[in-house]
Design a protein around this ligand. Structure first.
Ligand code: PBG
Length: 344
């Protein structure tokens, strides 16, 4: 016996339709899931941070970051060539300076033959088409591990800005494509922009670490660059308080006003709300830094068999895209790029 058709309902008369909305229909098959996907992660979204050391043909494991190594310049050149082949648009350099060369003023930052400048020249000669981003902050060079100049207990602002301007020019002269101030001093973006322009480096871009928080998630990085054991106190008088969000919008607004081409939020995953607000409120190129602690948490859990490293890696990076990031600085960059290349 046929069941009778459902009686006709008129929603205009306030009668409810008998329809069942089934959200799962679109999720049933892989092709359909692909078709309704709202965001995509591609190799164009990746910036690969690389740690460099002095010497030749040497790679050193970073104990706190499984799968990450410090590279001598020749190895960094090979890594950059690999990155370029994989389609990664840019790398970011972080030097591990010989402790004997660190001093209270961070004077190595101004040496045209420091590790970063030598790496820049080699990279620009051998792999000219990959973008090279250089951090601007004094912490790889100071004996106290702070990003600025210390007078007594204080990290003094304006003197630090002058040093950061000099560090930026030093890196631009060696061929740096993107100056990335990570120091959180006030007024540094404008000062750096003016100094770059005055030396005809108007093409050099500035990616500002605009909203950088005083975070526990930088721990493994400080081991990687060798500044962790040196750090006196903490960075809370210049890096942001994790409780704040409106303040991050002011930081971004100021850096844009001063001439930043791109802005960054750091750390990444615990601050996705900030990434999302920045992108929505300013609509400018917005980046997130998936920092060392975020990387190491995933890798450590994976090593214990508690999490699938590859799936967690992709999911974490997709989250940045969903939040609105235009790109992510991530230690997973080469692994992701390899995986994405295979998926094509
Ligand atoms: C230095 C700098 C830090 C990071 C990038 N640049 C550490 C810090 O501010 O102490 C952290 C990156 C990471 O944890 O992966 N100013």
């Amino acid at each position: 016996m046929n069941t009778p058709p459902p009686p006709f309902k008129n929603p205009a008369r306030g009668e409810k339709l008998d329809l069942c909305i089934r959200m799962r229909r679109n999720r049933r098959t892989e092709w359909s899931r692909r078709l309704v996907r709202e965001t995509a992660l591609t190799t164009n979204d990746l910036i690969w941070p690389i740690f460099i050391i002095d010497g030749e043909k040497r790679r050193e494991k970073v104990g706190s970051m499984p799968g990450v190594e410090r590279l001598t310049i020749d190895e960094a050149v090979r890594a950059a060539a690999r990155a370029e082949k994989l389609g990664i648009p840019a790398i970011a350099l972080f030097p591990n300076t010989d402790p004997a060369l660190r001093d209270p003023e961070g004077s190595q930052a101004h040496n045209p033959d420091n590790l970063v400048c030598r790496a820049l020249r080699a990279l620009k000669k051998e792999v000219p088409d990959i973008g090279v981003v250089c951090d601007v902050a004094l912490d790889p060079y100071t004996s106290h591990g702070h990003d600025g100049i210390m007078r007594g207990e204080e990290i003094v602002n304006d003197e630090s800005v002058a040093a950061l301007v000099s560090q930026s020019l030093n890196q631009a002269r060696a061929g740096c494509d993107v100056i990335a101030p990570s120091d959180m001093m006030d007024g540094r973006i404008g000062a750096i922009r003016r100094a770059l322009d005055a030396e005809n480096f108007e093409h050099v871009q500035i990616m500002s670490y605009a909203a950088k928080y005083a975070s526990a998630f930088y721990g493994p990085f400080r081991e990687a660059v060798g500044s962790g054991g040196l750090l006196k106190g903490d960075k809370r008088t210049y890096q942001m308080d994790p409780h704040n969000s409106d303040e991050a919008m002011r930081e971004v607004a100021i850096d844009l006003e001063e001439g930043a081409d791109m802005v960054m939020v750091k750390p990444g995953m615990p601050y996705l709300d900030i990434v999302s607000r920045v992108k929505r409120e300013f609509g400018v190129p917005t980046y997130a830094y998936q920092v060392s602690g975020e990387y190491s948490m995933i890798m450590a859990a994976a090593q214990n068999g508690w999490i699938d490293a590859e799936k967690a890696m992709i999911e974490s990076l997709v989250a940045f895209k969903r939040a609105g990031a235009d790109g992510v600085l991530t230690y997973f960059a080469p692994m992701v790029a390899e995986k994405l290349a295979k998926a094509l």
